[in-house]
Write a protein that binds this ligand. Sequence first.
Ligand code: HEM
Length: 475
Amino acid sequence: GGRPPGLPPGPPGLPFLGNALQLPSKDAYKTFTKWGKQYGPIVAVKVFSQSLIIINSVKLAADLLNKSSSSTSFRITRRMVQLSGFDRSIPHLQPTTEFNKSRQYTKMALGAIEMTQYEPEHQRRALRLVIKLAQNPKNIYNEIGVWVALGFEHIAYGTDDEEDASGFVEMGRHALAIFTAASDPMIVWAVDVLPFLRHFPSWLPGMSFKRKAREWKRVLRDILNKPFHHAVRKINAGLTSQCLISRVAESHSLDSLDEDDLVILKNAAMNIYIGGFDTMTSIVASFYLAMVLHPEAQTRGQQEVDSVTGRSRLPTFADRPNLPYVDCIMKEVMRWAIPTPFLFPHVQDPTSDAMVDGVFVPRGSLLIVNTGGIFEDPKIYANPLQFWPERFHDKNLLDPLSIAFGYARRQCTGIHFVEKRLWITIATTLATLNICPPTENNSRMPKAEWTDGPVRLPLTYDAKFNVRTPALLET
Ligand code: HEM
C-alpha cells in the first residue's frame, strides 16, 4: 500500500518484513543518524506491522514527546515482559493510575528536595568510591558496580554496606540482566512476533521462552520481596536510616496499604534499586575513561578544585558555583558517552493517530529519539567526537542533561540523583586522584569504545589511580 500523507520518509522495505532486515544489529544510533542524513530529521520505518518513527531533531522530539505527551507516553507491550511479571515496573507501565502511583513513590526517595537533603550522604559515598579505586584499581568495573548497587540499596531499602552479606547486589544484577533481556527493543522473542505461541505447551520445540519466563518470575519474586522484608524488619526494630520504605512507613504506615498498593510500592523500590545499575556504572566508568584519555582536561579540573579547596579539604556541594569547569566535565561526559543513545522508546497512543508539526504519526508507532545522534551532530557540537569540556563555557550550547533523561511524564526518575551523585563523584575524584594510563609507555592505552545495546558501557579498560592528596582520604 502507499504511504499515508504526512508519514515521514524512510528506507524502502519489503512486503510483510518491512525494514526488518535493515534494522541494525550493532550501533543502532549510527544507522539512525545515517538515515537522518538521507531522509531528513524524522524517519519512518516498518518492522513487520510495527511502525518506528526515528527522531533526529531536538525540536521535533520536544514537540512530540513534551507538547503531545498525553498521547505519546505509552510503552510497547512485550510478551516476555508480561510473562515474567516485569510489566508492573515503571519503564513498562502504561500511563495509568498505577503508573502515577509508582512514580509518586519513587519521588519520595529520589525527588529534587530529597536529593538535596541527601547531599552529605552523596559526599560520603563519593569519597568511598575514590578510596576503593585507590585500593583496588585492578577491577574497576566491579568496584564501580558494587558501589553503585550499594548506593541504590541504601536509598530504596536503607541498608548499610555491611549488610550486603544478604546477597542483594547479586540478586539485583541477576534481575536487571533479565529485565534487559526481556525488554531490549533489538531482541525479538518469537512470542513477540507470533503472540499466539504463548498458548502452546512449554515442552514443544521453540517454546523455551516459557521455561525462561517461569524462571525469570522466580527471580523477580525474590528481588521484589527479600530486600523489602529486610527493610520492614529493620524499621520495626527501629534501625533504618531514611529510605523509600521508611518514608512510606512514616507517611502512610505500611499496614494501611492494601495488597495492590503493596505490589506497587515493592515495584517502585525495585525500580529505584536496579533502575540505575547499568546507566550509572556506565557514566561513572566513562568519566574515568575520559580522564585517562584526556590528561589536559583532568589537570584543568584538578587546578580548579584545588583553587577552591586549597588541597586542604574535600569539595562539597557548597563549592558548586565556584567550580564551573567541573560542570563542563559532567556535561561533556554525558554528551560524549551517553549511556542511553536512543532513550527507551515511547509509543503513540494505540487507539489514535496523530499529526504533529505536519508529521503523521500512526497509532501505536514506536517513537525513538536518537539522542546519541543528536550528541554527535556537528551542527550542534563542533568536532563532536572530541572530548572537550571547554565547549560548555558557551552557555547557549544545548545542555546534554536537558535531553539525556527523556521526556515529560516518562522522564527518568533518577535525574536528580544523577545530577548530584555524578557531580560530587567528579569533584571528589579530581581533588584526590591522578588517573593515568595503565603503563608508562602508554602501551595499553584504553580506547574510547562502548558496548552495544539500549544501555552501553565503555569496554573494559585498565587505569592507574594514584592518590594526589593522601590526607584527604583519611576519614
Ligand atoms: C546516567 C544515568 C542515567 C541515564 C542516562 C538515564 C536515562 C534514562 C532514559 C533515557 C529513560 C527513558 C526516558 C523516556 O522514556 O523518555 C530513563 C527512564 C528511567 N530511568 Fe533512568 N537514567 C539514568 C539513571 C537512572 C537512575 C539512577 C535511576 C533510578 C535510581 C533510573 C531509573 C529510571 C526509571 C525507573 C525509568 C523509567 C521511567 C518511565 O518509564 O516512566 N535511571 N532513564
